[in-house]
Design a protein around this ligand. Structure first.
Ligand code: NAI
Length: 405
């Protein structure tokens, strides 16, 4: 408990008053994080029910933390007293920082941003928690777009360590530095990402799902076999199909489709028909009781008849693991090649944002550049698809390691 308390509150932070727009899953979680760190938070939603739900949910979360002896009742009171639930955007006028977490719709977000700008002071940072929209396009709604930035939390916000901070081309250095400092004060790990589709995590993680689906669609292995290979050999906490069921096949499919379109239909991000059909059928995963697996009322997972063992080639688990891993490494290397983020932030993003057992660039070093390039070229030689093109960075580093330069 002491530990928890000592982590709290860096009152030196310039940010004291925080406004959150949208009290759904993400907004409520972000409000809890800011309030725990000692900020005075006002959370606004157009729906009274959403505000009431956020308040009731926080009460339950606080009680669970007391049960687990993570906090005491005094701490619960302190956190709850730091949050006010408000039903007008105008109430956020004293904010030093506002974070928007409303519906993922560009026009709606732009409207809210331009209205908000009329109420807040000139110094107030106006941030968006968007997962898929460009920060530059949201910022363009503001008279002073230099104050706009992406601050992207992961779900559940109070538990996930990573926050991606995304400056748009309009964003000032001051806004960027103040945002980084604030999020660090909130005890989070910051990864700074370029304003490009999927930022870091939602871009680099694509092959975890996409290559697993492809291996399944080719009839190489079943859902269960692919999941086992990734967990047993790769030490991933969840296999790709378990994870897609957890995220929801509708949500995960939409992210893939959005990233694919945003990258001008680069075949590396091509969505899968299997997942599309699962989403269309309502086999969404855990939340609908049925996905690649079945889920009982109490959340227990069981194998569905169709997902059993039918692989025609009986390939080694090693092949499955290495094929997915090298595609992930290739994606991480390419993100570094295109300066999406630093090597450190790319590795931190995957270990702290999606709990990968190791950073992908560290994994590449461990396997060796020669291995990475060879594996990618083997795939390319079989398929001759652009999807399997090796990142120029891996090729360059491989040559460097052999002293060709
Ligand atoms: P949600 O649907 O749980 O909550 C959205 C809330 O915004 C609702 O309570 C709704 O009443 C409110 N709202 C809608 N329009 C509004 C407006 N004009 N003014 C004020 N409130 C309004 O959505 P969720 O999942 O919390 O997502 C919010 C944002 O966070 C989206 O941009 C999403 O892309 C992003 N995000 C979501 C993650 C997730 O795992 N759910 C993860 C990271 C980012």
């Amino acid at each position: 408990m002491e530990n928890q308390k000592s982590k709290i509150v860096n009152q030196q932070s310039l940010i004291k008053f925080v406004g959150i727009i949208g009290s759904g899953t993400m907004g409520a979680g972000i409000a809890q994080v800011a309030a725990t760190a000692g900020c005075s938070v006002k959370i606004y939603d157009t729906k009274t029910e959403a505000l009431e739900k956020a308040k009731a949910d926080l009460e339950k979360i606080m009680d669970r933390l007391i049960e687990k002896e993570k906090i005491d009742s005094e701490e619960k009171k302190r956190i709850q007293n730091n949050i006010q639930y408000v039903n007008s955007l105008k109430e956020l006028k004293n904010s030093d920082l506002t974070i928007e977490a409303i519906v993922e719709n560009l026009e709606v977000k732009k409207n809210v941003f331009s209205t908000l700008e009329k109420f807040v002071s000139d110094d107030c940072i106006i941030a968006s928690n968007t997962s898929s929209l460009s920060i530059a396009s949201i910022a363009s709604a503001l008279k002073n777009p230099e104050r706009c930035i992406g601050i992207h939390f992961f779900n559940p916000a109070p538990l996930m360590k990573l926050v991606e901070v995304i400056p748009a081309i309009q964003t000032s250095e001051k806004t960027l530095q103040q945002s980084i400092e604030t999020i660090k004060n909130w005890q989070k790990t910051v990864a700074v990402a370029k304003d490009t589709p999927g930022f870091i995590v939602n871009r680099v993680a694509r092959p975890f799902y996409g290559e697993a689906l492809r291996i399944y669609e080719e009839g190489i292995a079943s859902f269960v076999e692919i999941d086992s290979a990734m967990k047993e050999i790769g030490n991933f906490k969840m296999g790709p199909f378990e994870l897609m069921d957890f995220i929801g096949n509708d949500v995960n499919y939409t992210v893939t489709e959005t990233v694919f379109e945003a990258f001008y239909f680069d075949p590396r991000y091509k969505p899968s028909f299997t997942q599309k059909r699962f989403a269309e059928a309502g086999y969404l995963g855990r939340k609908s009781g049925k996905g690649y697996y079945n889920y009982s009322e109490n959340g227990e997972m069981s194998v569905r008849a169709q997902s059993g063992t039918f692989s025609k080639e009986n390939v080694a688990a090693e092949y499955i693991f290495e094929r997915i891993l090298v595609m992930l490494i290739n994606e991480a290397a390419d993100a570094l090649f295109w300066n999406i983020a630093s090597a450190e932030d790319i590795d931190n993003a995957m270990t702290k944002g999606v709990n990968y057992p190791k950073g992908l660039l560290a994994w590449a070093d461990e396997k060796g550049m020669d291995w990475c390039v060879k594996k990618m070229d083997e795939l390319y030689n079989i398929y001759h698809e652009d999807r399997y093109r090796c990142s120029p960075l891996l090729r360059k580093m491989n040559l460097e390691s052999k002293n060709f330069f």
